[in-house]
Write a protein that binds this ligand. Structure first.
Ligand code: ADP
Length: 447
């Protein structure tokens, strides 16, 4: 096992990783930008290194600074968390070059997963249903028109290198399509460094259902069931739950096994998530595979009792999966609300600032992952999530009540938050019935 791990991230996920390391008796190194000098992850780690100014390109995305920090502190491994460099194949390769273990899949796997067109190819080769769409990057008008003829409108244009819900556009009429393709290509090149875009059939009102995978370096891959992340706004997840309220155990087994096949096909090691859309008639379609820990991993931890970050570290250290597929079982219902410093009354605009007061909820079955505390100043340079409130209960209605109770108990003074929005969702009759899809927020709450 490693003696020392550097955490190449900030915020709640840095704290989450530090906790897992300390439980494994691993010493930790935090890195921080000048804006995060007083952040909780810096205080919790055994050592801390400043890696640059607030702007991410010069700190949390600064590969030479991170590798140097690992070297001077004699760290044996780097955990990238999510976001920032977690899916950067070059960073994973640089870690290996400098003799540091990257806690994640190999750079080749990250590369495959990061190219959505390629990932779709591999998925269909192993029998995973993919959304009908173009198999190559779009190049000319003829090809676009032919694709639209075959697929029928509406379609969605996606960047092959896209992520985080960005770079997607729904197209309803064929007159506008060429303009939108051109704009999407320029945007993709600016945002992701690659201009490849492709077309997919737009699925009306689907559920977003994703499967958690774990894999060791000996070719063993298992799945830990699914998470339903259908409550979204503008393709950003807001509430997640496990299990999915409408999935049967037969479907769980079938899609779980397909996901494992895909994991094996890309030589997965560590943790990854296979994302699907489920249409109104129950058909599943692969959308992408994320080769990293996800924000919403905590709900899977609650229902399976497995510490995913601990597993990532163990597996990166070359240990075997201790559990077989038949050892995995799921207990109760877990739910997560992402508490963002945003104003739900004003189009969810960011509300950065200082927390005058802060109190996290507690009690049975409640977990809060956060770096917030009274006086915490939310930097505007990074994402606006200030806490993840995660609850676990025996049944879904009990989980909903526990979440409502927790959010009412929570005190966040000084900035606007998404708590009132979450309380509205939790009291919505359709949500209570489990009738959600990715258009729920727009259609049922008018957001
Ligand atoms: P990203 O990598 O940016 O997160 P995804 O491909 O995972 O993008 O899609 C994010 C969300 O966008 C999905 O959860 C869903 O709400 C919506 N979406 C993506 N593809 C489609 C599609 N073909 N039809 C309808 N909605 C889609």
């Amino acid at each position: 096992m490693f003696r020392k791990v550097l955490v190449a991230n900030r915020g709640e996920i840095a704290v989450r990783i530090i906790r897992a390391c300390h439980e494994l008796d691993i010493s930790t190194v935090a890195v921080y930008s000048e804006a995060d000098r007083e952040s909780l992850h810096v205080h919790m780690a055994d050592e801390a290194v400043c890696i640059g100014p607030a702007v991410p390109a010069r700190s949390y995305l600064n590969i030479p600074a991170l590798i140097s920090a690992a070297k001077v502190t004699a760290s044996e491994a780097i955990h990238p968390g999510y976001g920032f460099l977690a899916e950067n194949a070059y960073f994973a390769k640089m870690c290996t070059t400098y003799g540091i273990t990257f806690i994640g899949p190999t750079s080749r796997t990250i590369e495959l997963a990061g190219n959505k067109i390629e990932a779709r190819h591999i998925a269909s080769q192993v029998g995973v249903p993919v959304i009908p769409g173009t198999e190559f990057p779009l190049v000319d008008e003829y090809q676009v028109k032919e694709a639209v003829k075959q697929l029928g409108l509406p379609v969605i244009i996606k960047a092959s290198a896209g992520g985080g819900g960005r770079g997607m556009r729904v197209v309803h009429t064929s007159e506008e399509i060429m303009d939108i393709v051109a704009r999407a290509q320029t945007e993709a090149e600016n945002a992701f460094g690659r201009k490849d875009v492709y077309l997919e059939k737009y699925i009306e009102e689907p559920r977003h259902i994703e499967f958690q995978l774990l894999a060791d370096s000996f070719g063993q891959v298992i799945h830990l069931g699914e998470r339903d992340c259908s409550v979204q706004r503008r393709h950003q997840k807001l509430i997640e739950e496990a299990p999915c309220p409408v999935l049967t155990s037969e479907m769980r087994q079938e899609i779980g096994e397909l996901s494992v096949k895909l994991g094996k096909a890309i030589n997965l090691r560590s943790a990854a998530t296979v994302e699907y859309l489920m249409d109104k008639t129950g058909n599943f379609y692969f959308i992408e595979i994320n080769p990293r820990i996800q924000v919403e991993h905590g709900i899977t931890e609650f229902v399976t009792g497995i510490d995913l970050v601990r597993e990532q570290i163990r597996l990166a250290a070359g240990e075997r999966l201790e559990l077989k597929q038949e050892d995995i079982s799921w207990v109760g219902c877990a739910m997560e609300c992402r508490i963002n410093a945003e104003d739900p009354d004003h189009d969810f605009r960011p509300s950065p600032g200082s927390l005058k007061n802060y109190l996290a909820p507690g009690g049975p079955g409640v977990r809060v992952d956060s770096v917030a505390c009274p006086g915490y100043n939310i930097p505007f340079h990074y994402d606006s999530m200030i806490a993840k409130v995660i609850v676990h209960a025996r049944t879904r209605p009990e989980a909903i009540n526990r979440m409502k109770r927790s959010l009412k108990e929570m005190v966040v003074d000084g900035v606007k938050t998404t708590i009132p929005f979450h309380l509205r969702v939790l009291s919505n009759a359709f949500f209570i019935q489990g009738e959600v899809n990715t258009n729920f927020v727009q259609r049922r709450l008018g957001e």
